[in-house]
Design a protein around this ligand. Structure first.
Ligand code: NAI
Length: 782
C-alpha cells in the first residue's frame, strides 16, 4: 500500500499575498514603506514567483536605526511586566496564526509542511513564551544589568521564522529595540510577523524589519547606531562581521556553520540510531547548521548499520513540501543545489562511492536526493566542508578514543550526537567533544530554555536559556568604568628602595611549562623604576616564545580535568605564598610604579585569589527540563587556552584579576604581564613553583604587549584572547586578527577598569568569559 497525496491548502497564504498586492515595503517605526527597488521571492519547489520584496537602502537602514533608538527608552520604561505582556501576546498570536505562518514558510523556503507545522512554529511560539518569562523576572534575575540598546539581527534562510524568534524574543525581553533583516530568499514570514507585532501592541520603532541581500546586512553591521549584532549564517560572513566590528565596542554573537559528528557505538540501538540519523541529516534537507553530516560508526557494526541506513533512505519520500506525507522538500534556491552538486561530484571524482535511493525528484524547482558518501578520507573536502544539503559522509572508527579524535577533527564545534546504550560511555564521551551541544541517543532537539551555540569556528555566544539573555544585556559596572586607565597615586621612592630585595638576579626570564626559560631571541629589555633607576632586565618574548608557551599550555590539559576542589586549593596556596612574601612584593610595586600605598595592592591581590578560588567549585551548570522525557545538563566548560594581555595599572592586581579566574575555571593561560611594570609577574615564578600549580597551566611571556598580542590573536591553537591594557587600538587589533580563527575575545577597549573595585573586576561577567556552556541532552525511558 502506498501513501495517497495529502496536500495542504495554500488558499489563506495566497490570499494574504494577494491582499498585499504581492509587493512588500519595509516595516519601520510601525509603518510600511513604499519599496522603490524590489526583487522576487520565489517558491523553490516549482520556481514560481510569490511576491516582490524590497531591497532596503542605507537610508532605510538609517531610518530603522533612528526609530529603534527613539523607541528604546520607552520600551525599557514599560518595565519587565509591560514587556512580558506584549511578548505573551506575540506568542499567542503566533499560535493563532500558526497554520498561515507554516504554509507561507513552506511556500517561501521549500521545507516540508510537516516541519514548519510541527517543529518551526511551535518552537517559535515557545521562544516568545519563555522569554516573556525572562522579561517578567528581569528586575530580579538580572538586577545588575541593563539592555544593550539597539540591536541589529541578521538571519539565514534555513529556519526563517524560528531564527527570527530566537533573535527577537531575548532581545525584546531584555529591553532592546531591533533592526532585523531576514535572508533575501525567505523574507515573507518576517513580514507577516511585522503584522503580528502591530496586533500585539509592540510600540512603534521597537521592532523594525528591513529586507534585502548582504548589502543591507553590511549597512546594519557598519551602522554606528547599532550597539549589538547577532548573526546566524555562514562562517565566511561571520568572519567579515567580526572584522568589520573590531574596535567598535559593538557586542557580538555569531552562530555559524558546522560539520557535526553523529557517532554510533556498537552497543547502540541501531534502529533507533537510524531514525535519529534521519532527523539529524535529512531534517530540512540537511540545510541545518547542526546537521549530523559526518556519520562515525564503530567498525564492528559499520556494514550492518550502513545497510539499515540505505533501506531507510529508500523509504524517504521526496516531493511537494506541501504534501503532509513527504519527508524531503525542496532546497531553498537553485544556487544551493548547484553548490551541493559541485561538492558531491568532486567527491565522486576523488573515488568516493556515492549512493542515492532510486526515486526521482520533481523536475521543476531546486531539489537534491538524499545522498550517502562512503570511502572519503578524513581530510576530503566532503568530510570537512559544510555541504548544507541532504548529504551524509560515513566513516568508521575502532575505539571510543578514535571516535572522539575523529569527531573533533574539524574547524567547527556546533553539535554532536552520541548513540550508545551505555550511559557511562556516552557521558564519558560527551565532555570530550568540542561542541556546544551534545545529543545522547537523540538528535536536533531544541528548546528555548536550553542554550544553543558553538565552539571554535562555529561562533560564539549562546541563544536560549539564561546564558542567551546575557547576550542582550550589559553589566551596569561597565558604565562605571573610567574613560581612561586609572593612574595610581604616586609617592616618593627612595633610591635605596629601588630593587633592594632583588639585587642578586637582575634578569628575569620567561616562565614556560613550569620552568624559567631564556627568551628565544636572547634579547632583554630594561625596566626602570619610578625614580628612573634601573631595576632589572626582563626577557623580550617573541613569536617563538609564544608558540612554546602555547604548546606547554596544551600539554597541561590535565589542569582542565583537575577537580574544582583541587583548582581552588592551588589558588588558595598561591595566595598563601604571596602573603608570606607580601612585603617584598609591596617593595617591588613601590619601586616600579612609585605607588604610595603598595601594601593595599598586594592585600587586594591576595583577596582576589581567595575570591576566584571560592568560585572554583561554585560556578555550577544547570539541569534543564525541556519538554521531553529526560534532562538537559548545561555544563560550564573551560574555553581552553586563553592568551591574556594584562594592564599596566596595578600590575600585580590587574595580572591576578585576569589570570586567576581563567585558571579557576580550568583554562590554561599564556599571560603577557604589564609591559611597563612586568616585575611583579616575574617575581611570581617562585610563588607559583611552590604552590602546586602544574607546569604549563600558567605561562608568562614578557615583552611588547602589541607584538605579543598580535601573535596570540593570530595563533591557530589559542581559543580566546583577552586584552585589558587600555589600548583602544591594540584591543581593536586583537578583535580584527582573531576573526581568522574566530577566537573568543574579551577586550577592555580604550577604557580603564578600577581593579580594586569588585564590581568592575569580579562577578559573573568574568566567569562567563572564562567558560563556555555545553548542553548535553539525555532523554531516558524505555
Ligand atoms: P550567508 O551567510 O551569506 O547569509 C546569511 C545572512 O547574512 C543573510 O541574511 C544574508 O543576506 C546576510 N549577509 C550576507 N553577506 C553579508 C554581509 N557581508 N554582512 C552582513 N550580512 C550579510 O549564507 P548564504 O550565502 O545564504 O549561504 C551560503 C552557505 O552558508 C550555505 O551553503 C551554508 O553552508 C552556510 N550557511 C550556514 C547557516 C547556518 O545556520 N550555519 C545558515 C545559512 C547558510
Amino acid at each position: 500500500m502506498d501513501y495517497g497525496p495529502a496536500p495542504e491548502s495554500t488558499k489563506e497564504a495566497q490570499a494574504w499575498l494577494d491582499q498585499h498586492g504581492r509587493r512588500f515595503g519595509l516595516f519601520i517605526d510601525n509603518a510600511w514603506t513604499e519599496g522603490a527597488e524590489t526583487f522576487a521571492s520565489n517558491n523553490p519547489a516549482d520556481g514560481s514567483e510569490l511576491a516582490q520584496v524590497t531591497q532596503a537602502t542605507s537610508d532605510d537602514v538609517n531610518r530603522a536605526v533612528e526609530a529603534a533608538r527613539r523607541a528604546q527608552p520607552g520600551w525599557v520604561a514599560m518595565g519587565g511586566h509591560g514587556r512580558a505582556k506584549v511578548m505573551y501576546s506575540i506568542a499567542r498570536l503566533l499560535q493563532k496564526h500558526s497554520r498561515l505562518f507554516a504554509v507561507l514558510e513552506t511556500l517561501d523556503n521549500g521545507k516540508t509542511i510537516r516541519e514548519t507545522r510541527d517543529a518551526d512554529l511551535p518552537l517559535a511560539a515557545r521562544h516568545f513564551y519563555h522569554h516573556a518569562g525572562w522579561a517578567q523576572l528581569q528586575s530580579e534575575e538580572f538586577a545588575d544589568y541593563r539592555a544593550v540598546g539597539v540591536v541589529g539581527q541578521i538571519v539565514p534562510w534555513n529556519f526563517p521564522v524560528l531564527m527570527l524568534a530566537w533573535k527577537i524574543a531575548p532581545a525584546l525581553a531584555a529591553g532592546n529595540t531591533i533592526v532585523f533583516k531576514p535572508a533575501e530568499y525567505t523574507s515573507l514570514t518576517a513580514l507577516l510577523f511585522a503584522e503580528i507585532c502591530q496586533q500585539a501592541g509592540v510600540p512603534a520603532g521597537v521592532v523594525n524589519i528591513v529586507t534585502g541581500d548582504g548589502r543591507v546586512g553590511e549597512a546594519i553591521v557598519n551602522h554606528p547606531g547599532i550597539d549589538k549584532l547577532a548573526f546566524t549564517g555562514s562562517t565566511e560572513v561571520g568572519r567579515i562581521i567580526r572584522k568589520a566590528t573590531a574596535g567598535s565596542g559593538k557586542k557580538l554573537s555569531l552562530e555559524l556553520g558546522g560539520k557535526s559528528p553523529f557517532i554510533v557505538f556498537d552497543d547502540a540501538d541501531l534502529d533507533a540510531a537510524v531514525e535519529g540519523l534521519v532527523d539529524s541529516i535529512w531534517f530540512n534537507q540537511g540545510q541545518v547548521c547542526c546537521a549530523g553530516s559526518r556519520l562515525l560508526v564503530q567498525e564492528s557494526v559499520y556494514d550492518r548499520f550502513i545497510a539499515k541506513v540505505k533501506v531507510r533512505m529508500q523509504n524517504l519520500r521526496v516531493g511537494s513540501p506541501l504534501d503532509k506525507s513527504n519527508d524531503i522538500g525542496a532546497l531553498v534556491d537553485p544556487v544551493q543545489q548547484q553548490r551541493i552538486h559541485g561538492l558531491v561530484e568532486a567527491a565522486r571524482a576523488e573515488g568516493c562511492e556515492i549512493w542515492q535511493p532510486s526515486c526521482e525528484a520533481p523536475v521543476a524547482g531546486s531539489w537534491y536526493l538524499p545522498t550517502l558518501i562512503t570511502g572519503a578520507s578524513t581530510s576530503a573536502a566532503v568530510a570537512q566542508t559544510e555541504i548544507f544539503g541532504p548529504v551524509l559522509v560515513a566513516m568508521s572508527f575502532r575505539t571510543p578514543g578514535e571516535a572522539v579524535q575523529l569527531a573533533n577533527n574539524t574547524v567547527y564545534g556546533l553539535a554532536a550526537c552520541v548513540w550508545s546504550e551505555s550511559i557511562s560511555l556516552a557521558l564519558d564521551v560527551a565532555p570530550q567533544i568540542k561542541a556546544g551541544v551534545v545529543w545522547i541517543n537523540t538528535a536536533n532537539q531544541f528548546d528555548a530554555a536550553c542554550g544553543f551555540g558553538g565552539y571554535k569556528e562555529s561562533g560564539f555566544g549562546r541563544e536560549g536559556g539564561k546564558e542567551g539573555m546575557y547576550e542582550y544585556l550589559t553589566p551596569l559596572s561597565e558604565d562605571a568604568r573610567p574613560s581612561a586607565p586609572i593612574v595610581a597615586e604616586k609617592g616618593k621612592v627612595k633610591a635605596s628602595d629601588a630593587g633592594s630585595p632583588f639585587a642578586v638576579d637582575r634578569t628575569a626570564k620567561l616562565y614556560i611549562g613550569g620552568k624559567q626559560a631564556r627568551p628565544d631571541g636572547a634579547y632583554s629589555r630594561a625596566i626602570n623604576g619610578a625614580n628612573g633607576a634601573f631595576l632589572a632586565d626582563v626577557g623580550e618574548g617573541n613569536r617563538k616564545d609564544i608558540r612554546n608557551a602555547v604548546e606547554a599550555a596544551h600539554k597541561a590539559a590535565g589542569w582542565s580535568k583537575a577537580t574544582a576542589h583541587n583548582r581552588a586549593q592551588v589558588l588558595y596556596y598561591i595566595a598563601e605564598n604571596l602573603a608570606i612574601r607580601a612585603e617584598e612584593f609591596a617593595a617591588r610595586l613601590a619601586a616600579m610604579t612609585g605607588v604610595r600605598d603598595p601594601q593595599r595592592e598586594v592585600a587586594a591581590s591576595i583577596e582576589r585569589l581567595f575570591y576566584w578560588a571560592a568560585w572554583c567549585d561554585k560556578y555550577d551548570g544547570a539541569a534543564h527540563q525541556p519538554p521531553m522525557h529526560g534532562i538537559t545538563v548545561a555544563l560550564n566548560e573551560p574555553v581552553g587556552v586563553i592568551g591574556v594581555i594584562c594592564p599596566n595599572e596595578n600590575p600585580l592586581l590587574g595580572f591576578i584579576s585576569l589570570v586567576a579566574p581563567a585558571l579557576a575555571l580550568g583554562n590554561r593561560v599564556v599571560a603577557v604581564p604589564s609591559e611597563a611594570y612586568p616585575l611583579s609577574a616575574t617575581d611570581l615564578y617562585q610563588v607559583l613553583d611552590t604552590s602546586d600549580l602544574p607546569g604549563g597551566a600558567l605561562n608568562i611571556v614578557t615583552g611588547s604587549a602589541d607584538e605579543l598580542a598580535r601573535t596570540l590573536a593570530t595563533h591557530g591553537d589559542i581559543d580566546a584572547v583577552w586584552r585589558h591594557d587600555g589600548s583602544a587600538e591594540g584591543c581593536a587589533e586583537v578583535e580584527r586578527l582573531s576573526s581568522e580563527t574566530l577566537k573568543r575575545t574579551w577586550v577592555g577597549g580604550g577604557k580603564g577598569r578600577d581593579w580594586f573595585d569588585a564590581k568592575q573586576a569580579c562577578g559573573r561577567t568574568v566567569l562567563q568569559h572564562a567558560s563556555q556552556v555545553k548542553n548535553v541532552w539525555i532523554p531516558y525511558g524505555v
